[in-house]
Design a protein around this ligand. Structure first.
Ligand SMILES: *[C@@H]1O[C@H](CO)[C@@H](O)[C@H](O)[C@H]1NC(C)=O
Ligand SMILES: *[C@@H]1O[C@H](CO)[C@@H](O)[C@H](O)[C@H]1NC(C)=O
Ligand SMILES: *[C@@H]1O[C@H](CO)[C@@H](O)[C@H](O)[C@H]1NC(C)=O
Length: 489
């Protein structure tokens, strides 16, 4: 249901129904929680010519970050910045996020403030791109619509007492404080050559060499151009894993948080996730509910939602993509490799490191070919999904019993309905991405909303080959979720 569009329309009855629903929920939670609640206004954001959200409040929030206002913007007193001119911005959100977190970690190690770009999804059927006058206009989603925390310029500490000079800044701001004449450009291929790194280098060696090089540059404005230090060739291979021991303790991951838009979506849809009232960390602040900041950011270190099993079931293009992945010999993506047996032998630099013991990996059952096993791990049948969820529920003796499943999926409604029916027969309460009632802004960042559910769930089953799953894995681990709450099909 789309309350916003209908509110804008002329259907008075539906307007009343929508208002009634919004106000109705408000009263329920007000009664239960004694908190002031957002009005319907929160769900009617300004829109542009093409009917897309403008993210006006989010943009205003980014313009008002304290590090943009309180620090010198000229001369040698300026904070040290690191801009990644060659970072991807328009591919899948999870490839972008994976790279941004590593870039941000490098900025942190080199004692520089990370410069964050917009996320610009291209050819996303949800966002029309053609203006009436025939000009193409891509939607620019401010990063803070998706994530808060260090990668969106948030604090690198719990108490906010970290140095403002190290907090990330938006790309627009970088262009004003670092005019081209003052930027030291580091050419990626030249730097790699100089550091004796290439496409076969170990991840930690790449990270440490870059940090060392960037630390030694005294100029405040540094831009890495001509490519990305942590490209998909690295994140798509086991070479990335050796970064984990230091990266997993980075404030970038530790204080990672989903945006208030994600928090609000979980709050308003909490009845789909649990029978209990929403926990305090999802509840809006008292006061003006019209502001973007009305809801807290959702930290991945908050408590889990008891009894909830979040499952990621990628459908659609994955039917052929899984066959492709099996044929080209793909392994699990990045952090989903952490459960692989023998992993401690992969990095000779860390003989004593105790890796997180994820219980699952890309195993090949007896009698099955590697290729067939990969397809089964990647594209589980409904029967396999039910069996796996059942097994995970049986294995969670020392925590509260799992009883509800949230299916994060791009599957078509009929397929999701059939899967829901099968899971219900096995005793689960079931909801899915398709049940979520989202604002226009919430729909634009619905992948982050789903990931907010998956990182908050008590237990998780994902698709090892997917970058969405891999990001959920790293955020769950960094947030302190136990490795044995992380599973793969
Ligand atoms: C089309 O409209 C947009 C927005 O109003 C404007 O920015 C752009 O310059 C226009 N393009 C042309 C070719 O007139
Ligand atoms: C980086 O250096 C290489 C080799 O010197 C050159 O071919 C390339 O154009 C440079 N790239 C950028 C973005 O300056
Ligand atoms: C890891 O290396 C040790 C010593 O080289 C060896 O004994 C052990 O079998 C290896 N483990 C795996 C799982 O490969």
């Amino acid at each position: 249901m789309n309350c916003r569009r209908r509110l804008l329309g002329r259907h008075t009855a539906l307007v009343k129904l929508c208002l009634w629903l919004v106000v109705g929920y408000g009263f329920v939670w007000l009664f239960v929680l004694h908190h002031e609640l957002p009005s319907a206004h929160w769900s009617t954001p300004p829109i542009d010519e093409l009917g897309r959200p403008t993210f006006r409040y989010v943009k205003r929030y980014e313009k008002n970050l304290p590090q943009l206002r309180a620090l010198p913007s000229k001369g040698t007193d300026r904070p040290r910045y690191l801009f990644f001119a060659g970072a991807q911005s328009g591919s899948g959100w999870n490839n972008v996020l994976q790279e941004q977190l590593l870039n941000n970690h490098l900025a942190h190690l080199s004692q520089r403030a990370y410069v964050f770009p917009h996320y610009v999804p291209e050819d996303d059927p949800r966002f029309p791109e053609m203006l009436a006058n025939g000009t193409r206009s891509l939607i620019k989603i401010p990063i803070n619509a998706l994530v808060s925390g260090p990668t969106g310029g948030g604090p690198l500490s719990y108490d906010g007492r970290d140095s403002l000079a190290r907090r990330a800044v938006p790309e627009e701001y970088w262009h004003t404080v670092c005019p081209p004449a003052e930027v030291v450009v580091v050419n990626l291929s030249e730097a790699m050559h100089e550091m004796e790194l290439d496409g076969a280098s170990d991840g930690q060696e790449i990270m440490a060499s870059w940090a060392d090089k960037l630390l030694k540059i005294s100029a405040p404005c540094v831009s890495i151009e001509g490519g990305a230090p942590f490209d998909y060739m690295l994140t798509g291979s086991s070479r990335v894993l050796s970064i984990w021991p230091s990266y997993s303790h980075s404030p970038i991951l530790k204080y990672f948080a989903w945006s208030p838009i994600v928090t609000a979506a979980l709050f308003w849809n909490f009845h789909l996730l649990s029978q209990s009232p929403p926990p305090g960390f999802l509840v809006p602040f008292p006061g003006n509910p019209h502001k973007f900041e009305s809801f807290p950011a959702l930290h991945t270190s908050e408590q889990t939602i008891p009894g909830l099993l979040g499952i990621h079931v990628r459908r659609g293009d994955y039917e052929s993509h899984c066959v492709f992945l099996a044929e080209v010999g793909a392994t699990y993506n990045a952090w989903s490799l952490l459960g692989t047996p023998g992993i401690s032998n992969w990095s000779s630099t860390l003989p004593d490191y105790v890796w997180p013991a994820l219980p699952d990996y890309l195993d090949v059952p007896p009698g099955q070919s590697l290729k067939a096993a990969k397809i089964d791990h990647c594209w589980p049948s409904p029967a396999a999904i039910v069996a796996r969820a059942h097994k995970v529920r049986e294995g969670t003796a020392r925590r509260q019993a799992l009883r509800r499943i949230y299916i994060s999926t791009n599957g078509d409604p009929a397929w999701v309905r059939d899967l829901t029916a099968l899971l219900t027969v096995d005793g689960w309460e079931v909801s899915s991405s398709l049940d979520m009632v989202l604002t226009l802004e919430g729909r634009a960042v619905s992948q982050a909303v789903d990931m907010g559910v998956l990182t908050s769930a008590e237990s998780f089953i994902g698709v090892g080959f997917s970058s969405l799953t891999s990001n959920v894995v790293q955020l769950r681990l960094a947030g302190g979720r136990h490795p044995d709450t992380i599973h793969f099909w």
